[in-house]
Design a protein around this ligand. Sequence first.
Ligand SMILES: Cc1cc2nc3c(=O)[nH]c(=O)nc-3n(C[C@H](O)[C@H](O)[C@H](O)COP(=O)(O)O)c2cc1C
Length: 214
Amino acid sequence: MASPIVTLSFTEATQKRRTIRALDSKTTVPDSTIVKLAEAAILTVPSAFDSQTTRLTIVFGEEHKKLWSITADALLARIGEERWNGGTKDRIANFAGAYGTILFWDDQSGATAMKEHSPDIYKDKTDEWVQQSNGMHQYYLWTALEAVGLGVNLQHYNPLIDAEVQKTWNVPSDWKLKAQMVFGAPKEGSAPGPKPQKLPLEQRLQVFGESVLN
Ligand SMILES: Cc1cc2nc3c(=O)[nH]c(=O)nc-3n(C[C@H](O)[C@H](O)[C@H](O)COP(=O)(O)O)c2cc1C
């Protein structure tokens, strides 16, 4: 049997997942491993009515830099020099300095088909379900990439960049961009502190009927 890509347990991997924004233009695993994880996400993550509407685009190295150059141009044109130089420029340069980005899309024709074919009582819910499945793909890959030693953060420059990105990488026009997941080797000292909790667990989790015997 092929050796597993991720060797942490599910619980260990989910506990390790955090937002890491200080990233190097280096990787901890071959690009093919990252592609395999993306393939596994597409093949295994659930979707409503098994509609399978999430789409992914991975850009590595120079293609990743191109994505953040497109984002820089679009943002500068939108917010003007003053705001651009007031922090946004550095923020985008920081993302550009990472190793790669995964773009998460919703396939609009798949979403429309699910709505058309679903029973009437679900028609007002299918759009939300498409987004939920996309979010599950994001969580899968965020967790998996950090489990192989990469640092990851999640960004949202859609829809500002959609058209230029679609033109650049020949992305079908009915895919709608939902998120950009930036990854790279974490810089020294980038490990986050303990995860702060806004409310105690008992205000966020209800449990009824739990047996004390098992
Ligand atoms: C749906 C969603 C949207 C997010 N959007 C952004 C974003 O646009 N930019 C960003 O830097 N972080 C974004 N984040 C990261 C959150 O700020 C981060 O997950 C949160 O502060 C908790 O920190 P942790 O990831 O270390 O647990 C997003 C996270 C989620 C789940």
